[in-house]
Design a protein around this ligand. Structure first.
Ligand code: SF4
Length: 194
């Protein structure tokens, strides 16, 4: 199915209506030109309100890892974002957001990825995206998956979530910013220079 048709169907999706604490508002931003695909967990409240993926502090950290500014992140059609679920799942009373509804990836992911013909590198941001795309790592902790980042190149790169909740994780694992981030910046620079 052509990408435009898949995106129209996603925009009209109401499959989780009645289960979410709000009306579904799918947020996905991909283009026929997308070469770098960023797969996170699900939109947070702020993204749900703005409709722009990674329009929050996590996005600021992610852009720093990528070595690009907001203008490039939102203006360059070679960069796309498609989380494991497209709608904000709501906030748990215990704090933090609910997990992405599994139904979303089952319904949409195969056809969306099939319509993205130019993707060269997929960033698997957090455990949900890693378990879906790298089923062989399903029994591994996120740290172990990210530590094995070289095994999945050149098509996929597992990353921790750039949430500020992971600041302590980044401090405990300095190899991530010393080794993975420079590699990622280089790949992104090469992709955007081509
Ligand atoms: S989360 Fe996905 S499956 Fe559920 S309503 Fe939103 S787009 Fe549809």
């Amino acid at each position: 199915m052509p990408l435009d048709d898949v995106l129209s169907d996603i925009a009209a999706c109401r499959a989780c209506a009645g289960e979410l604490p709000h009306a579904p508002r799918p947020v996905v931003r991909v283009f026929p030109e997308t070469r770098l695909l960023i797969c996170g967990q699900a939109p947070g409240r702020r993204v749900h309100e703005s409709g722009l993926p990674f329009d929050d502090r996590s996005g600021d950290r992610l852009r720093d890892w990528l070595g690009i500014d907001r203008e490039t992140f939102y203006g360059d059609r070679r960069i796309g974002v498609a989380a494991m679920a497209f709608c904000f799942p709501g906030t748990s009373p215990k704090g933090g957001d609910y997990p992405p509804p599994k139904r979303c990836a089952e319904l949409w992911r195969p056809q969306l990825l099939a319509a993205l013909q130019k993707v060269e590198l997929t960033l698997l941001v957090g455990g949900y995206a890693q378990r879906w795309s790298l089923p062989q790592t399903r029994d591994q902790a996120m740290t172990e998956v990210v530590a094995g980042w070289r095994e999945h190149l050149p098509r996929a790169l597992p990353l921790p979530h750039p949430s500020w909740r992971n600041t302590a994780w980044l401090k405990r694992h300095p190899w991530f910013e010393d080794e993975v981030v420079p590699y990622l910046r280089l790949r992104v620079a090469e992709m955007l220079a081509a």
